[in-house]
Design a protein around this ligand. Structure first.
Ligand code: ATP
Length: 242
């Protein structure tokens, strides 16, 4: 299987001198196309910083990152932005919807920007909203949606361009159980269609749906476990989530 993410000796520091923080400290990683990787670890161990660097949202201090076949550590800002647009999806808690657009209009924006016809974009956006349990809210403005509903709209939006690789940071963090299951089902669809998913979570039940679990501490990987026979493919059976 082809490798979609290859990382060598990635280090990200903040500050300097006495205040220097090694948020990510010499990490190596290879992720195959179609693989789902969960990253867990205590608060402050560097999970979000890792995700930001891998997805080209922040610059590494040292090390090599090859994302979708391109060395992003050697690329200029514009080229990285293009690669993000074409190959990467982000599911973060700090989602930003456009207040004046309805749910379905928000979801279709990336597809329209990518050149899809408005009819095709609408069809895909409606399908994704259905998938996250918001089919009946497509015409609502964000102000008329709950926090969890807005978050699910943002998830649908980040997946409409069918990114080759999706980075998710606590994607179910402030969702109620049944909304969380909707989002996980969507991730399951991604897995089925061969997309790659890197997911940071504090929830062991979500981590159990991955192919591989990485445990971080103090900026380093302290354990990597291949998960077999997990709950993947049967998300709705996740005990206690629904
Ligand atoms: N912009 C920044 N400036 C300075 N230090 C930072 C910055 N961003 C992160 N850090 C530090 O880097 C370390 C790793 O932070 P990070 O947010 O990656 O951890 P995390 O594992 O995602 O934590 P959590 O689970 O609480 O979200 C922390 O010590 C944090 O204080």
């Amino acid at each position: 299987m082809s490798t979609v993410l290859r990382v060598r000796d990635l280090t990200k520091t903040f500050g300097r001198g006495e205040g220097l923080v090694r948020a990510v400290d010499g990490v190596d990683l290879e992720v195959a196309q179609g693989e789902t990787v969960a990253v867990m670890g205590p608060s402050g161990c560097g999970k979000s910083t890792l995700l930001y660097c891998l997805g080209g949202l922040d610059r590494a201090t040292e090390g090599e990152i090859e994302l979708a076949g391109k060395r992003i550590d050697q690329m200029g800002e514009r080229a990285v932005a293009r690669l993000r647009r074409d190959a990467v999806g982000f599911v973060f808690q700090a989602f930003h919807l456009m207040d004046e657009l309805t749910a379905v209009e928000n979801v279709e924006v990336p597809a329209l920007l990518a050149g899809l016809s408005s009819r095709a974009a609408r069809k895909q956006a409606v399908g994704l909203l259905d998938r996250v349990g918001l089919g009946d809210r497509a015409g609502f403005l964000p102000s008329a949606l709950s926090g969890g509903q807005r978050q699910r709209v943002a998830v649908a939006r980040s997946l409409i361009s069918k990114p080759q690789i999706v980075f998710a940071d606590e994607p179910t963090g402030n969702l109620d159980s049944s909304s969380a299951v909707d989002v996980l089902r969507l991730f399951d669809d991604l897995h089925e269609s061969g997309q790659t998913l890197i997911i940071v979570t504090h929830d062991a039940r979500i981590a159990a749906t991955a192919d591989r679990l990485i445990t971080m501490r103090d900026g380093a990987f302290i354990d990597q476990t291949i998960l077999t026979g997990g709950a993947r493919g049967n998300v709705s059976a996740l005990a206690g989530l629904e």
